[in-house]
Design a protein. Sequence first.
Length: 238
Amino acid sequence: MATSNGANIDIQGPLQELDDIYVDINAIVEQLVEEEAALHAKYEQKKVPLYKKRQGAIDKIPGFWHTCAISYLKSIDIERSADTPINYKIVFKFAENPYFTNSELAKEFNFSDKGSIKVTNPNIDWKEGKDLTAAPPKLEGEEDADSFTENEDTSFFCWFNDVNGSDLADLIANDLYPLALMYFTGSAESDDDDEVPVFDELAQDDVEEEYEASDDAGSDEEAEDAPVNKRPKRMESN
């Protein structure tokens, strides 16, 4: 009830009417978001030939993807469905390294079913004693984290085991991948001018030596923090 000039007025009806109107407005907003995402994906698909040409130039720069993201990484590719480009697969190709035997790791996302995401994860063939996703020994009195995302020391490779991981996938597919040159040069600055690391890395003493000696990569180095580049403003976390 509301009061106007001393009279009680029942406003439940108008409030319900307003609520119903906002439901309809939100439905239009959701449709806009979906269509914008589909349009963005469609035009990313048109860039595929240029991305392939770009990779040819990248191959001439030792350690390019290492600087952008992670050691031993030779290339990243985004494979989008021709029929439904909003669905995509992120493909990472690696040089020989001391940690796993896979030359390629791919994670696939299907957004076709509204309200749900179908994720396909790869199996990582870790070398003995080199599993970067293995939980470190818990110290006495230390509590378990609720999820790997709460542990700052967790390896990026835990993402390949995540049943979702779409937020990071979106950053990789729609920011890191198209803006790779900005990551490499560090030319894009965040609003607070801080340098923000994107991934942890597989250890390496020298970028150029990694590629020169990739066929002989049998070192026993520890995983350490990735080289840090400044994120573009659009990658700022909220």
